[in-house]
Design a protein around this ligand. Structure first.
Ligand SMILES: [Zn+2]
Length: 447
């Protein structure tokens, strides 16, 4: 029997944290932040107690695991997005004997995060252990846990397979099926078919985009969309080009770098989070942007200095900066409010190589930013992006490949998960029997 504890992230997009009790072991998968709530409180988070962070819904409430902490033998992080790893620095100390297992890039991101003020005050006692994709490790009890290579929107994402004696628990949160990845390998479909042979008991599946009746397109498509915009830049005498995208999206940053080289401009990354992820990518041996000639400015003072230089010769540069969700203190918001030396003009371009994360906070913050940008009458390009999340037809392919006995859709409010529920019911699953649509803080016994 497997007992699943829905600590967080089951009926919301954010603060993913789920635990699985198998015999004498509990394995926690992911410890993430609710990013939209984090943005609301901004710097105040640095001075918050853990209780306050729980109360303000920034991290998942670990109360459900009270009395069970000694049983937690591993914290397994699936990939380095902050809604999956950002709370390790705050919560892992509750389970000091459980090592944190992640792929090399994920662990490098965690190390960069640990340098924040909070972790310096109370260093984590947990060991960090790197596990490559397509390999496995074994807990002292003999329980095997495997990382399977999967495509997403960040390097070295993994599907986590926990080999319980009576069937595999497959934690698939998050993923897409990109058959032409611009960095890294395709999903290890062969291994998924082998796991199907062994028998998958429980699938916990990212369903946030399951309402979309389509396949999520490859990242290579975005590179071509961006190329189109870059070519136009040459034709219409564009001056400045500012691109904002997910800081963790190393593949996207690499595509932008290659296109910038083709255009003969110089690339500058601005903002703390891009700088952090670029560092992790270098440390994990994935790509060294600096070595390839990219300038990276981390602190507000460095960012300011670069914007002053760029403002004088806009045609020589491409800027990549933070702020695609309208975060109030991100570089793009500061530019749009005239708080930097960069003056937006009519012949400048602002490219959102992103989509709005579907939470109320993000939607509203982007409306504010969009309205400000409109006042400059510069050219704005929205949604130059493909999602990192599976759509309905990718889910159909996954279910067809692995035939899980039980399914728990996660990573979104029930409205967002409807597509997955509909698909599962179409394939013969029944709610309450082998399809579990549960809220956070609930426990289910999967027999
Ligand atoms: Zn993710």
């Amino acid at each position: 029997m497997v007992k699943m504890y829905a600590v967080g992230g089951v009926d919301e997009a954010g603060r993913n944290m789920m635990a699985f009790e198998i015999g004498d072991d509990i394995i926690i998968c992911d410890m993430g932040l609710q990013l939209s709530n984090l943005v609301l409180y901004n710097d105040a988070v640095d001075n918050m107690s853990l209780e306050e962070m729980v109360e303000k819904d920034i991290v998942a409430n670990p109360k459900i695991l009270d009395g069970l902490r000694e049983k937690v033998k591993a914290i397994v992080v699936s990939h380095a997005h902050l809604d999956h790893v950002g709370a390790v620095q705050y919560l892992a100390n509750l389970f000091p004997h459980a090592p944190v297992y992640g792929t090399p890039f994920t662990i490098e991101v965690l190390k960069v995060l640990m340098k924040s003020a909070r972790s310096v005050d109370s260093p984590l006692k947990n060991k960090f252990i790197k596990v490559n994709v397509n390999s496995s490790f074994t807990l002292p009890s003999g329980l095997e846990i495997e990382f399977i290579n999967v495509t997403h929107s960040i390097p070295q994402a993994a599907l986590v397979a926990i080999h319980a004696p009576d069937g595999i628990v497959l934690y698939a949160n998050d993923f897409k099926f990109d058959n032409r990845p611009a960095l890294g390998q395709r999903t290890n479909y062969q291994r998924l078919r082998e796991l199907d042979e062994i028998g998958i008991k429980l699938l916990v599946v990212d369903s946030v985009r399951s309402n979309l009746k389509r396949k999520t397109l490859s990242e290579i498509v975005v590179k071509e969309m961006l190329r189109d915009i870059f070519i136009e830049t040459d034709i219409v005498n564009t001056q400045g080009v500012i691109i904002t995208t997910f800081a963790s999206h190393i593949t996207r940053l690499k595509s932008i770098m290659e296109l910038t080289q083709e255009l003969g401009r110089k690339l500058v990354f601005l903002g703390r989070s891009i700088s952090k992820y670029a560092k992790a990518a270098k440390n994990a041996g994935i790509i060294d942007f600096k070595e390839k000639g990219v300038e990276i400015a981390e602190t507000p003072a460095e960012v300011r200095k670069w914007l002053e230089i760029i403002n004088k010769n806009k045609k020589d540069y491409i800027v990549v900066c933070t702020g695609h969700q309208g975060e109030p203190n991100a570089v793009l918001s500061r530019i749009a409010e005239g708080r930097t030396p960069y003056e937006l003009k009519e012949n400048d371009k602002v490219v959102f190589s992103s989509e709005v994360i579907p939470t109320q906070v993000n939607i509203e913050a982007r409306q504010v930013l969009d309205a400000k940008l409109d006042t400059f009458r510069c050219k704005v390009f929205k949604d130059i992006h493909v999602s990192g999340h599976a759509s309905r037809e990718d889910h159909r392919d996954l279910l067809g490949m692995i035939h899980p006995k039980h399914i728990v859709p996660v990573h979104g409010h029930v409205r967002l998960k409807e597509g997955m529920i509909e698909l599962a019911e179409e394939l013969g699953y029944e709610q309450g029997k082998n399809l579990w649509v549960i809220p956070d803080q609930q426990i289910i016994d999967v027999k």
